[in-house]
Design a protein around this ligand. Structure first.
Ligand code: ADP
Ligand code: MG
Length: 580
């Protein structure tokens, strides 16, 4: 859209009419030209009018209560769609709130762009004390993949093009785009403005692996007696679902999905080694990583978890620097996952020998044993519930509604749900990711509902929920089909800790006893339900998902049921000094 204005021509006496545009409209037009349909943000100075105008121009603008959740929403939109999610914030404090999400997106390889309004350079650079003054570009730089500032209206087109390409090409990540307040009001000729816009051509070009690298990987794989394929969230992001499935099924190799790769092939697939995780990590001799890093989540590829037997690694990743990050990679395969997996598939066609049956049998029997051991605990219909009983009910919900999206955060609530709730379709499990961060819950749930149109089930520890809980208002305001289940055990890890000092304060990890989180949803017109047994929980979730109404279910969990830091208590330093 353009503005028609009368411009006084200094040289001519006659008034001349010409069409003008401005910074506001150029940013909106540039985003629309590149297919941006949704912006997640929080309005305020200097971007309030920008949000209004974007909405008027047909972009969906979702306003949050806090920038961190808008940022998390943008990040997960990026993961789900392979297009950069856009987050819009005000300057300084709003920017900093969004920055946590931008850094988290970069760490997780999710493409997003944080667009923040900022103060004028003249004032910032002389540190003259503007309203919410801050050198945002300098602060953002070390926390994201790329950072740009646009000072002139005629550079908006190229600035947004650079931001989009930087976010999605190669290893995806977060990009910061700094837009000073004065830019929005800058006026230029509409025709020149339209010409200055850039539609990004092939934003994430295919990156083909070298044929020699493919051969090397195949040689290592063929030499394996006990091979294993590990699928990471990079594999889920790549949307090469059919090729990945074909490679696994043709090769006959057991696969282990990382948390957000669950469902790429169903967890119930006969080759899924999820329930035999420790065994396959320890006993495998060749491990092929597909879009998964050997970071702390995989014990850095060494030590007790990986056993004593010598191991060779093949790694498929778009980022060459990822190779040898923790251990030697015998066969690095650098390229995009779709291209790499297709190249491997072509070469194994016809001349592939299935892995030795003693390995397959060993994995299968371990899996069956572990599944059988777990089964009775998932059926327990007790009050108060323990985690297993409650998660058994939610597992059934996802089995019956495989296209629903599961958002999951917490400590015990996260660790146990990851193992217990089987996923059946790709990109349906969204969780705390590489940092294991708390606070992604409502942001992820909102974006998942908006980007996919599918029902969302957010399974939250009571502590985890607290980080983004105010966004239930946002869920109600946009009437999103989100069902939040709060696993309420009265505290962090457990609700039973005692303050040893004798003061009236409760222990540092304890919350208000028997709180009713369901009332929070009711406060904004949604449905609140309080349940005490797995049967009640299942009924309430089914009803929420059938109705599509915003719902919060307060699930009373035994306050004594959790363990410290869930499954990662070993990362928590403990004092060796005895109490006097
Ligand atoms: P997980 O936590 O599930 O193990 P990670 O986040 O550690 O997953 O690893 C994801 C990896 O996937 C990153 O190293 C990233 O570079 C890689 N990746 C992301 N997208 C692609 C892609 N399209 N092709 C190849 N590799 C990718
Ligand atoms: Mg708790």
């Amino acid at each position: 859209m353009t503005i028609v204005a009368k411009v006084e021509q200094a040289t001519s006496a006659a008034d001349e009419e010409r069409e003008l545009t401005d910074g506001f409209h150029l940013v909106i037009d540039a985003l629309k030209l590149n297919g941006v349909k949704t912006i997640y943000g929080v309005p305020g100075i200097p971007i309030t009018d920008f949000g209004r105008m974007a909405q008027a121009e047909g972009i969906r603008v979702i306003s949050f209560r806090h920038e961190q959740h808008a940022g998390n929403a943008a990040a997960i939109a990026g993961f789900l769609t392979k297009k950069p999610g856009i987050c819009l914030t005000v300057s300084a404090p709003g920017f900093l709130n969004g920055l946590t999400a931008l850094a988290n997106a970069t760490t997780n390889c999710f493409p997003m762009i944080l667009i923040s309004g900022s103060s004028e350079r003249e004032i910032v650079d002389l540190q003259q004390g503007d309203y919410e003054e801050m050198d945002q570009l300098a602060i953002a730089k070390p926390l994201c993949k790329a950072a740009f500032r646009v000072l002139h209206a005629q550079d908006i087109g190229i600035g947004i093009a650079r931001a989009i390409r930087a976010a999605v090409s190669g290893r995806p990540g977060g990009v910061y785009l700094d837009l000073p307040a004065k830019l929005f009001g800058q006026v230029m000729d509409a025709e020149a403005g339209a010409k200055s816009l850039v539609e990004v051509i092939d934003p994430a070009p295919a990156q083909l692996p070298a044929p020699a690298a493919v051969e090397r990987a195949l040689d290592v794989l063929k030499g394996a007696k006990r091979p294993l394929i590990i699928l990471g969230k990079g594999a889920a992001y790549a949307q090469a679902d059919d090729q990945i499935r074909a490679l696994i099924e043709k090769s006959g190799i057991p696969f282990l999905p990382m948390s957000m790769a669950k469902g790429l092939l169903p967890d119930t697939h006969p080759q899924c080694a999820g329930a035999a995780r420790s065994t396959v990590l320890k006993d495998s001799d060749v491990v092929m990583l597909v879009g998964a890093r050997l970071n702390w989540l995989l014990s850095h590829g060494k030590g007790k978890a990986w056993g004593d037997a010598p191991k060779k690694f093949i790694q498929i990743d778009i980022e060459p620097k990822e190779m040898d990050s923790n251990v030697e990679i015998a066969a690095p395969l650098v390229g995009d996952i779709g291209s790499c997996v297709s190249a491997l598939l072509e070469s194994i066609d016809g001349k592939w020998q299935a892995p030795p049956s003693d390995w397959i049998n060993a994995v299968n029997s371990k899996r069956e044993e572990n599944i059988a051991k777990m089964a009775p605990r998932l059926m327990k219909n007790s009050a108060p519930m323990d985690f297993h009983g409650a998660l058994g009910a939610l597992r059934a919900v996802i089995r019956e509604r495989p296209d629903a999206i599961l958002v999951n955060e917490g400590a015990n609530t996260l660790d146990l749900a990851r193992g217990i709730i089987d996923m059946h379709q790709p990109r349906k499990r969204l969780d705390v990711g590489t940092w294991g961060v708390m606070g992604i819950g409502m942001g992820f749930a909102i974006a998942a509902a908006i980007e996919t149109g599918k029902p969302v089930l957010a399974v939250e520890g009571d502590s985890a929920f607290g980080f983004s809980g105010m966004e239930v208002e946002t869920i109600c305001r946009y009437n999103l089909p989100v069902c939040v289940v709060v696993f309420n055990n009265n505290g962090i890890y457990r609700g039973t800790d005692v303050n040893s000092s004798g003061s009236p304060d409760v222990a540092t990890t304890v919350f208000v006893k028997d709180a009713r989180y369901d009332k929070m949803m009711e406060a904004f017109g949604g449905v609140g339900v309080h349940v005490t047994t797995p049967d009640e929980l299942k009924r309430a979730v089914d009803q929420a998902m059938d109705s599509g109404r915003p719902t919060l279910i307060n699930a009373a969990i035994d306050p004594a049921a959790g363990s410290e830091s869930g499954r990662i208590g070993n990362l928590n330093p403990q004092s060796v000094l005895k109490k006097k």
